[in-house]
Structures are given as structure tokens and as C-alpha cells.
Design a protein around this ligand. Structure first.
Ligand code: NZQ
Ligand code: ZN
Length: 384
């Protein structure tokens, strides 16, 4: 196991009715920028509840609505301008990962003298941020409890993740009931995203990080058990609760500290979203089994076999055979969740494979199995 520092300052209020804690925002000042998406929070009543609580607490509310899935830099710029014009003290995101990521970069952008896109492409430029709060409405990205934010500039077909300790939310409200209204498509995509975050950390060359590995296997089993339950009954509280807490645990550092590896399926997927604006979790579900097939060889078979035996209950004793079965189980699970399994299903052909692979390569050099642009093209080709 490698050395690591683990520090998650995010206070999490988990469970039914925990939104009452929004009153704590008063600790950070008087003026709040409420950031949200295309209106789901108005339909399911969270908006009215939140605004009522904020007003009761004496907070002055400014709003940035319409944040897009795969949030765009233009929304960030608008939010920064609002904060500067009104001298806003903090951001409050109510939504999924896109809304939270946008609110994070707005918060950092206010403390930066320049265009916020600089912070997306160079995390070192993030030297501070307004306090960031979130009310999570979709279990997927883990943005509610992590250092990351992912922003797109579609004019340039660029989508990059930035990260900084300053981007960790100060407090997040996680009420599983708020995810009852999440569509089947987003429930499946979110489950695939959580699983991908776990797998990206699990497939590491660092040896004997056993706490992290066994914790990761447990989290994967939770997704496999609860994803289908949430699809079958969107109001299954315990299924929604377990997915929600798994989303935070998958990426808040607890399974990656000491077992570091560069992620590679994510950089490959971010290129798909940058060029085609697809749903992140669907892209991951398409690529993951193909990445596994590509990465499986004599020297990696042991790790894949561990995954097969400890997560899928495979009893096969030969490592290569167990590993192949594990890949099959992964593919079948995504199918069971009605996720797409080919790029053509989400409208992607081979037009940009080379340019996407060239860009993705940057992020895949230090991964479990380092990937060149040529390797990435092979994975895209296999996913066609
Ligand atoms: O915009 P609204 O109307 O709110 O609708 C959203 C959106 O259309 C809807 N939704 C959210 N909560 C809902 C709901 N609909 C009904 N009921 C609810 N309770 O779901 C749609 C998708 O929302 P979005 O926020 O885009 O989804 P997700 O949470 O999957 O976030 C995806 C973004 O996060 C990035 C992705 O790349 C993508 O840009 N990621 C962020 C990470 C991070 N910050 O750590 C890591 C991830 O790997 C990922 O890259
Ligand atoms: Zn992800």
C-alpha cells in the first residue's frame, strides 16, 4: 500500500428530511447562489422546500438555472458574473453531478482573476473558492463529496475534469427520497458511473492495498444488488439509499488513497461526451467491458479473477477462465440494466476515433494497463 493523506471535510446529512440542515448555510454569509438544472427540482418539489428553508434562515437567494447535463463553460461564466455582481457569499447546487460541478467551478472562478476555463484545464490555478454546498438528487458522480468537477466547451469539443481540495463541498444533503423521480435511463447510467469509479480504482498495480480492494468489492456488490431494485421500484428507499451512499464512497478517496492509479475508461468516455454530448454513464457502460477484454492478459488475470470471485461469486479456479467469466458478468449486468452496449446505439461512428484517442491518451499513460492512442482506437473499434 502507498502512503496517502485522507481528509474529507464535507459534512454529510444523510436521510429523509435532512434538507432542514440548509439553515446551516447561514454560517457562510447572507447571499447564496442557488444553482440548478433544467427544472426537475421544480417538478419534484425540492425547489420550493429549499427556497422556503433558505428564506426562513434569512438568506438572500440569487439563481442560476438551466445548467446542462455535461455542464458547459458558458453556464460557469454566467454564475461567476452573478456572484461578482451581487457579492455572493456561497454556492448551493441542487441537482446531479452536472449542477454540482458547475457550482464548484463557479465558486472557484469567483476567486480567480481570469476566465474560469483556465481552472478546468489547469487545476493548479485553483487557489480558493467560495464555500460550496449541495443537495444531491441523482446517485452517480460522487461530486457531492469529492474534489472533482468536469466542464465542457462544446465549441472546442473539449471536456476536462479538474480537481482541488477547494472543490470539496462544505456540506451535502443526501436524501434518497429525492432520487425517486430519477428516470430509469439516469438510474442505470448512474449505477454504471458508480461502478466505473470503483473499478477505475480497483484495477491498480499497487499491491496489498487490501482494505481498499475489499471495500471496493463490497461497494460493487451493493451496486449490482441495488441497481436492478431501483429500476424495478423507483421508490424503494433502501435501494436508493444504498446507491446514494455508494456514489459518495466510490470516489471520495476512501478506496483510492494508497492504491493510486490513473483512470483510463473515464478519459476515453469524456472524449465521447466532448464530441457527441452523450450521457456519461452510458458511455462508460459501453466501453468498460471492451476495456476489460483489452486489459486482460496473463499478468493481469489474477486481479480480474479476484474481481470475478469476490464480486460475482465465480468459483472457477483457473484465473484466465474466471477473469473471462467476470467480463461476461459485467457485460450481462449492464444489459440487464438496459444500458447501451455499442457506440452506434448512442449515435457514434468512427469519424473522430483518431482525434478522440489522441486526446484521451494523455490521461491513460499511467493506468493499470497503460494505453497508447492506438490501443484506445482498438477499444473504440471493438465498441462500435
Ligand atoms: O437538469 P435537471 O432538470 O435537474 O435534470 C437532470 C438531468 O437531465 C436529471 N435529474 C437529476 N436529478 C433528478 C433528475 N430528474 C428527475 N429527478 C431527479 N431527482 O438527470 C439528468 C442528468 O443529470 P446530470 O447531473 O447530468 O447527471 P450526473 O449526476 O450523472 O452528472 C453527469 C456529469 O458529471 C460528470 C460527468 O462527466 C457529467 O458531466 N462527472 C463528474 C464527476 C465528479 N464531479 O466527480 C465524476 C464523474 O466521473 C463524471 O465525469
Ligand atoms: Zn464517472
Amino acid at each position: 500500500m502507498n502512503n496517502f493523506t485522507y481528509s474529507i471535510p464535507t459534512k454529510v446529512h444523510f436521510g429523509k428530511g435532512q434538507i432542514v440542515h440548509l439553515k446551516e448555510l447561514r454560517e457562510s454569509g447572507n447571499k447564496v447562489l442557488l444553482v440548478y438544472g433544467g427544472g426537475s427540482i421544480k417538478k419534484n418539489g425540492i425547489y420550493d422546500r429549499a427556497v422556503g428553508l433558505l428564506k426562513e434562515a434569512g438568506l438572500e437567494i440569487f439563481e442560476l438555472s438551466g445548467v446542462e447535463p455535461n455542464p458547459k463553460i458558458e453556464s460557469v461564466r454566467k454564475g461567476v458574473a452573478l456572484c461578482q455582481e451581487h457579492e455572493i457569499d456561497m454556492t448551493l447546487a441542487i441537482g446531479g453531478g452536472s449542477v454540482i460541478d458547475c457550482a464548484k467551478v463557479i465558486a472557484a472562478g469567483v476567486r480567480y482573476d481570469g476566465d474560469p476555463w483556465d481552472l478546468v484545464i489547469d487545476p493548479k490555478k485553483i487557489r480558493g473558492a467560495l464555500p460550496i454546498y449541495s443537495v444531491l438528487t441523482l446517485a452517480a458522480t460522487g461530486s457531492e463529496m469529492d474534489v472533482f468537477a468536469v466542464i465542457s466547451d462544446m465549441d472546442k469539443n473539449e471536456k476536462w475534469g479538474t480537481s482541488s481540495d477547494y472543490l470539496k463541498p462544505r456540506m451535502s444533503v443526501l436524501d434518497p427520497e429525492y432520487t425517486y423521480s430519477v428516470s430509469a435511463k439516469q438510474t442505470s447510467a448512474g449505477t454504471a458511473d458508480i461502478m466505473s469509479h470503483i473499478l477505475e480504482s480497483y484495477f491498480t498495480n499497487v499491491e496489498h492495498a487490501d482494505v481498499q480492494a475489499r471495500f471496493a468489492e463490497g461497494l460493487l456488490k451493493i451496486c449490482i444488488e441495488n441497481g436492478p431494485k431501483a429500476l424495478a421500484d423507483p421508490r424503494d428507499y433502501d435501494a436508493r439509499a444504498n446507491l446514494m451512499w455508494a456514489s459518495s464512497m466510490a470516489i471520495n478517496g476512501i478506496i483510492s488513497g494508497g492504491a493510486e492509479v490513473e483512470w483510463c475508461v473515464h478519459p476515453m468516455e469524456h472524449e465521447l461526451s466532448a464530441f457527441y454530448d452523450i450521457t456519461h454513464g452510458e458511455g462508460l457502460a459501453i466501453l468498460t467491458p471492451h476495456w476489460m477484454e483489452f486489459a486482460l492478459n496473463d499478468s493481469t488475470a489474477g486481479k480480474f479473477a479476484d474481481y470475478g470471485r469476490n464480486v460475482w461469486g465465480i468459483t472457477e479456479t483457473d484465473d484466465i477462465t474466471a477473469a473471462k467469466e467476470a467480463v461476461k458478468c459485467t457485460r450481462n449486468f449492464f444489459k440487464q440494466m438496459n444500458l447501451p452496449s455499442t457506440l452506434s446505439e448512442v449515435g457514434i461512428d468512427d469519424k473522430y476515433f483518431e482525434v478522440m484517442a489522441d486526446k484521451a491518451e494523455k490521461g491513460c499513460k499511467g493506468s493499470f494497463v497503460p494505453l497508447t492512442a492506438a490501443d484506445i482506437i482498438k477499444i473504440y473499434e471493438a465498441s462500435k
